[in-house]
Ligand binder design. Structure first.
Ligand SMILES: [Zn+2]
Length: 361
């Protein structure tokens, strides 16, 4: 057997058959000196670390020595991750096959270059207290220009769980904040394409469009947000508070559903096209995805609370809430997707935080 065939057969063994960094199947790259198998997207991230940290090589295109085979046999994905993922806090953003590429890049850098998750690594690089302060570009309302804002994420009261993200017009936070987002009923999601540094925070009446400076910066804000949000939902901040931690993680990792549907206004005068976003249990709708102001916002409760999905036909679905029923129209494919997403939110997701009434109709 030639050396490449031997590399291929090592790749087929348990642990090596999935990317060491994101779990994607059929990794086609090797990274030295770690002796691991990764997917092409994670290989790209290793390349950006510089050859003093990682050397990414294509299984198919590179030539392999017996020394390489020894390294791959000695380490491999499982042994590598036992060391470099020895202590990943539960809420940290980890690699997934479909994640934003900038977050992936930062995850790989924090894992290999800073060794944040190894026992002997730099644990101060990523804080887990949900506090963060720094500059973020914030878009003006309704697709306006971007302005640099000092942003501060912290509890409002010392030691409290009332986390807020405040932003200031000045470079300092000496004057009162220009705006304040309460985390308890706000969600964060990535915006734009795979390479984007943009993210959005959606709360009751408004979506804030934000942009980080660089991948590491984005990663720190997103992680800080996750810890702060979990704290605002009642997590005590320790890994021992397991039950709550699992529920918070389930919410923070819940898939997001978005797209256009047609809905009637409260006067029931015909259907209008609206952009809907469902994240966790929060449903927002507005005229256009880029709009800052929402036309409506609700938090879906459980079946017991009176929330239901009633499919009338292939192209008509009723979202039933205790106060009123929302007829929603769309293509069969769109409504199949939405019915499943609503059902999942209503029946599967934890119901943490406040109950929220319908904000607008
Ligand atoms: Zn990968």
């Amino acid at each position: 057997m030639g050396t490449r065939e031997q590399v291929e057969s090592l790749k087929a063994t348990a642990g090596n058959d999935k990317c060491a960094d994101c779990g994607a199947t059929d990794p086609s790259w090797v990274v030295m000196p770690h002796g691991i198998f990764v997917c092409i997207k994670c290989a790209g991230c290793h390349r950006s670390l510089g050859t003093h940290v990682s050397q990414a090589r294509s299984i198919e295109l590179d030539t392999w020595t017996h020394g390489d085979l020894e390294t791959l046999t000695k380490y491999g994905n499982e042994n590598n991750n036992k060391v470099l993922e020895a202590r990943v806090p539960s809420l940290i953003v980890r690699g997934t096959p479909t994640m934003n590429q900038r977050l992936r890049e930062a995850w790989v850098r924090h894992k290999y270059e800073y060794r944040c998750f190894a026992e002997d690594g730099d644990h101060d690089k990523l804080k887990t207290d949900g506090k963060m302060r720094g500059f973020i570009d914030k878009r003006e309302k309704n697709a306006g220009r971007w302005n640099r804002r000092l942003c501060v994420l912290e509890p409002k009261t010392i030691g409290g769980s009332d986390y807020t993200l405040r932003y200031f017009l000045d470079q300092l936070d000496t004057k009162p904040a220009k705006g304040e987002i309460k985390l308890q009923d706000a969600t964060l999601h990535m915006e734009g394409n795979e390479e984007s540094l943009e993210f959005a925070i959606t709360c009751r009446d408004r979506t804030y469009f934000l942009r980080a400076d660089a991948a590491d910066d984005l990663y720190r804000w997103v992680n800080a947000w996750r810890f702060a949000r979990a704290r605002s939902l009642g997590w005590d901040g320790t890994e021992e508070h397991r039950e709550m931690l699992i529920q918070c993680k389930q919410l923070l990792d819940a898939p997001q559903t978005q797209g256009f549907l047609e809905k009637t206004g409260s006067s029931m005068k015909g259907f209008k096209k609206r952009f809907f976003l469902l994240q966790e249990r929060y449903l927002t709708y507005k005229k256009d995805p880029a709009d800052s102001l929402a036309l409506g916002f609700m938090k879906l409760g459980t079946h017991q609370d009176g929330y239901n999905i009633d499919r009338q036909s292939d192209t008509l679905l009723h979202l039933v809430t205790p106060k009123r029923t929302y007829p929603l129209k769309g293509s069969k494919e769109a409504l199949d997707m939405w019915a499943a997403a609503f059902e999942n939110a209503i029946t599967q997701l934890p119901l943490l935080g406040q109950r929220v009434d319908v904000y607008n109709a």
